[in-house]
Design a protein around this ligand. Structure first.
Ligand code: ADQ
Length: 478
């Protein structure tokens, strides 16, 4: 090993003050199985959570408990192994468990309920039983990975019972929980038949983090109403233990996106996209998982309105919608896909001209380099969720606009709207309002565009994903 490499490794392995060992418990492992040249191997998964949290886990030789990403097969179970200094603890799930715990209770009960019941949540007792059973399996796997005195950080709505189940198995632990999606207002949460069990599950933590102050308040109020917890919005007492509650808005690896945005190869791809779409047309972009919370159908409806009223034409602008296929087994997602595709067809049918389509629709997963080329090519990014925990796409776009150009149209119901106050904020339910904001976005003066983007870039650069992870762990170990 060269002296340089030695120094880097020593630095990387510096321990985190107050943390001897850190264990992450998340729905998915930070690695995925890939096949290369006929050989299967594990590779670090992309995504903000993994790139933010994995360096901490590496530094303290910690563990990561999660599902490997494919249904359990016949034969011997996958054993724990080490990957890039992280001890990997797989929790195998059968196809039946995926159908009931993951697609059922997590994504057809909790997901819609926590997003303001935009779609009616489905309540099934058999799904609940599967949720309890699978949460216990995660807690048991975590218990095998830890020792008394360790620090454990549990993530997201699929695992809300794990904090209390794990504390029962190993009482002397420091347990943090972070919810990546919104926590709903008390009167919506009240519908859940298992509301007390969920609250008591979360109250097994020492620190519970939410994306926004509102999420934290909603939780504390629900906890006081549906459990024996008492206290303020910032600190609750339950079973003789204090539990801290607070907002920890997630972010992105800003430097990584800035480096990609400066890459000559990506700039060239973006230029190519501009040439293909017409140099004189403003490029409007939407990027989302194909999810009914993201408001894709409503933003297309607003775009149709702008064209119908002749406020903009296909000679002025073109709309690009990139949609990642998601949870296609769930009926509500199939319905959303039909609606979106029907609207795209309708707009193109009515307004496209030869060589000038009104909407380009790309339903696919893209490599990050291609996504970046779209960010660089877009004059306007339109992010209009009906409810969103944070929305990282909005932050990625801002991070990529190195020259302070580009307009962000952002729903006031995205967590990101609490930080990106200089975006053009919209209410996605208000089609007229969204249509006139789209028109303003296309016509905004260069001076206004720069002023707004500069302000947003300052916010995103000040608070990246490493600061996020650091502030949560620091508070947990205080
Ligand atoms: P998501 O609902 O998945 O996350 P978001 O925060 O926008 O939403 O993250 C999406 C990620 O997927 C982004 O990093 C984006 O780059 C990537 N992506 C989007 N389209 C893609 C495409 N076509 N190909 C490849 N990648 C694509 C949940 C919550 C959010 C919260 C995050 C993190 O719903 O509110 O911000 O977790 O906590």
């Amino acid at each position: 090993m060269s002296p340089q490499a030695q120094t880097k490794t020593d630095l990387d392995r510096k321990s985190i003050p107050g943390v001897d060992r850190l264990t992450i418990v998340a729905n998915r492992l930070p690695v995925r199985r890939v096949e290369q040249g006929g050989r299967k191997r594990w590779q670090r998964s992309p995504g903000g959570l993994v790139s933010a949290v994995a360096p901490f886990v590496e530094r303290c030789h910690g563990s990561w408990v999660g599902w490997p990403g494919y249904p359990e097969k016949e034969g011997p179970a996958l054993k724990p192994f080490t990957h890039e200094d992280i001890s990997i603890r797989p929790v195998p799930l059968s196809q039946d468990e995926l159908d009931t715990f993951y697609y059922g209770f997590s994504n057809a009960t909790l997901w819609p309920l926590y997003h303001d019941a935009i779609r009616p949540p489905v309540f099934r007792r058999s799904w609940w039983r599967a949720y309890v059973h699978v949460n216990r399996r995660y807690a048991q796997a975590a218990a095998r990975a830890v020792e008394p005195g360790d620090t454990v950080w549990i993530h997201d709505y699929q695992l809300q019972l794990v904090p209390s189940m794990l504390r029962e198995l190993v009482p002397k632990l420091r347990i943090g929980f972070f919810l990546h999606i919104p926590f709903p207002p008390e009167e919506i949460f009240a519908r859940l038949p298992w509301r007390t069990q969920i609250i008591e599950g979360l109250l097994g933590s020492d620190l519970i983090g939410f994306q926004t102050k509102l999420g934290a308040q909603n939780f504390s109020r629900a906890a006081r109403r549906f459990s024996a917890a008492r206290g303020s919005d910032r600190q609750l007492d339950f079973s003789g233990r204090p539990i801290r509650v607070g907002p920890y808005p997630i972010s992105i690896d800003v430097k990584h996106y800035e480096q990609l945005a400066a890459s000559p190869e990506i700039i060239k791809r973006a230029e190519g996209l501009r040439d293909q779409m017409g140099r004189n047309r403003r490029v409007i972009l939407g990027v989302d998982r194909l999810d009914y919370t993201k408001g894709i159908d409503l933003r297309l409806r607003a775009f149709r309105d702008v064209l119908e009223r002749g406020r903009l034409s296909v000679r002025d602008c073109v709309f690009n919608q990139i949609a990642v296929p998601s949870r296609e087994q769930v009926e509500q997602y199939q319905e959303l896909r039909r609606n979106v595709e029907e609207e795209v067809g309708r707009i193109n049918g009515e307004f496209s001209e030869p060589g000038l389509p009104a909407v380009h629709y790309h339903r696919r997963n893209l490599p990050v380099e291609d996504l970046m080329a779209f960010y660089l090519a877009a004059d306007v990014l339109v992010i209009t969720p009906l409810r969103d925990g944070m929305n990282l796409v909005a932050k990625e776009y801002v991070a990529s606009r190195l020259d302070n150009t580009g307009v962000l149209v952002l729903s006031e119901f995205a967590g990101a709207a609490h930080e990106l106050r200089s975006a053009l904020l919209v209410n996605p339910y208000d089609i007229d309002g969204m249509a006139s904001t789209l028109e303003s976005a296309v016509r905004l003066s260069d001076r206004d565009v720069t002023r707004r983007m500069q302000a947003m870039r300052r916010v995103v650069k000040r608070h990246d994903v490493f600061k996020w992870a650091d502030s949560f762990i620091t508070e947990l170990t205080r």
